[in-house]
Ligand binder design. Structure first.
Ligand code: FAD
Length: 453
């Protein structure tokens, strides 16, 4: 017999407690066991993931297969209930191990799989999760969840996390059924993705830690610089575990970076307690606001043709890299909700379609934060000015020129204000589709309407 290790969002061999448990290497007295390295391509997740994430996931699964060596991963396609049960039965497995999943769909799927396995006397056992502190663990003294980040952050730090779990000794992999091919997942035209897999993620982490981390607090807001770790996709797919990163941090010196990892955990915690917040307003009154239907202006936003250079650069970065700098995510999201008055869910859906790091918790709650209807004290009247934000955070104009070729002829920060220079529109850059000052005032009127009622 062999235990099954069911990989989901934990596509690595190092620091993988579920793997150690499955191989019988987790602690003293364990009996060594062969392990079936299973990945199930679940149509319910595969199709809606969008081409970008499918392509990245396929590459990451390939890299994991290479790390395993030999026959690589055992891939099965279909309903996880049927597939996990048939693999576990074929392996004569006493236990199927997995890292716990806390998303709304994952929890429901896991309950179904656990029940189906139980009917065959097989246990589904969760060891670890994609988080340093599993969602639901950090609560107020009363047992209530935190609604606001700062107290959550303090409690999360006080709770603490385990040391990294280390690497397994050699594992005996077993294949009780034939592997199926992954569905085709071509990289969309015009898009380039970073190298996938845990080796690439660890290389990226080491280079960021050595060259950039010390300046992170200052550089992180500058999209024209390579000032952030660009590990969100690796964290999303578990190519690296946050625990591995946390073990390298000095909590005082690196507090800013630590806090960003904590935001990811906070949003997962919020989604765990309020699964409906993936799509619904955390502050219910915002559902009553007057919004615009997505029309031509929405299409212009999606395509990076709003006439606001910082916004357009961000939306085009999304299409070419499947990633956007955090500062720019905030500015483009604010533009959609407050300048175009379109509901955040439309923007969130577009992001999820194109982001290589697309994550239900961080995305929905990042959008709700910007829209002002989220957990945190982000007042609606904070409307980002897309021009001054650009001038402040891309002071060189390099970011805009990199993604908007029609503005590449403009020097320095004039790339942010083509309307102020004679040849600003010489290469076909579009005029601004709205007047920011007017739309800002309109956004405040709409807010006042729901505040009064
Ligand atoms: P770094 O600055 O190097 O930060 C390190 C890690 O901390 C990130 O990899 C990420 O895992 C985490 N992190 C950083 N900032 C945040 C944050 N504000 N919220 C949650 N986690 C954070 N992040 C996603 O991973 N997936 C998403 O789908 C996503 N959608 C977003 C949508 C909007 C509208 C906004 C404003 C933010 C969104 N974020 C999302 C958060 C953030 O923009 C990205 O995590 C970050 O830009 C990733 O780049 P990085 O790895 O270089 O980050």
């Amino acid at each position: 017999s062999a235990n099954v290790l069911w990989f989901r969002r934990d596509l690595r061999l190092r620091d993988n407690p579920a793997l150690l448990a499955a191989a019988g290497q987790a602690g003293f007295g364990d009996r060594p066991s062969a392990v079936v390295p299973l990945f199930v391509v679940d149509p319910a997740l595969w199709r809606p993931s969008g081409a970008v994430r499918r392509a990245y996931l396929a590459a990451s699964l390939g890299a994991l297969g290479d790390r395993i060596g030999g026959d690589g991963l055992l891939v099965r396609r279909g309903d996880p209930v049927a597939e996990v049960v048939s693999v576990a039965r074929a392996a004569d497995a006493p236990v199927v191990y997995a890292a716990a999943d806390f998303g709304p769909y994952g929890r429901e799927r896991d309950a179904r799989v656990a029940a189906a396995l139980e009917a065959h006397d097989i246990r589904l056992e969760f060891v670890g999760s994609p988080y340093a502190v599993a969602p639901g663990r950090v609560t107020k003294g009363s047992g209530e969840p935190y609604q606001v980040f700062s107290p959550f952050f303090r409690a999360w730090c006080a709770h603490g996390w385990r040391e990294p779990a280390g690497s397994p000794r050699s594992v005996r992999w077993e294949y009780p059924l034939v592997s199926q091919d992954l569905p085709a997942a071509p990289v969309p035209d015009g898009l380039s993705l970073p190298t996938a897999g845990e080796e690439a993620a660890l290389r990226r982490w080491r280079s960021f830690r050595e060259r950039t981390l010390a300046d992170y607090a200052d550089a992180r807001n500058r999209p024209d610089l390579d000032g952030t770790s660009q590990l969100s996709h690796a964290l999303k797919w578990g190519e690296v575990h946050p625990r591995t990163l946390l073990a390298d941090l000095d909590p005082e010196r690196d507090e800013t970076y630590l806090k960003e990892l904590a935001w990811r955990e906070f949003y997962a915690d919020v989604l765990f307690h309020r699964p409906e917040s993936a799509r619904e307003y955390l502050r219910a009154e915002y559902a009553r606001m007057r919004y615009a239907e997505p029309d031509d202006a929405f299409e212009a936003w999606c395509d990076g043709r709003t006439g606001f250079p910082f916004v357009d650069a961000g939306m085009r970065q999304l299409r070419t890299e499947g990633w956007v700098h955090n500062r720019v995510r905030m500015v483009v999201a604010s533009f959609l909700v407050k300048d175009l008055h379109v509901e955040w869910q439309h923007g969130a859906r577009h992001f999820l379609r194109w982001l290589r790091d697309g994550d239900l918790a961080s995305n929905s709650h990042g959008w709700q934060w910007v829209a002002g209807c989220g957990t945190d004290a982000a007042p609606y009247f904070r409307v980002f000015n897309p021009v001054t934000q650009g001038l402040k955070f891309d002071p060189t104009g390099d970011y805009v020129r990199r993604y908007v070729p029609e503005l590449a002829h403009l020097h320095g920060k004039t790339a942010h204000t083509p309307w102020e220079v004679l040849d600003g529109y010489a290469h076909g850059y579009p005029e601004r589709i709205v007047d920011h000052a007017e739309e800002r005032a309109e956004a405040l009127v709409r807010l006042a309407e729901i505040s009064r009622s």
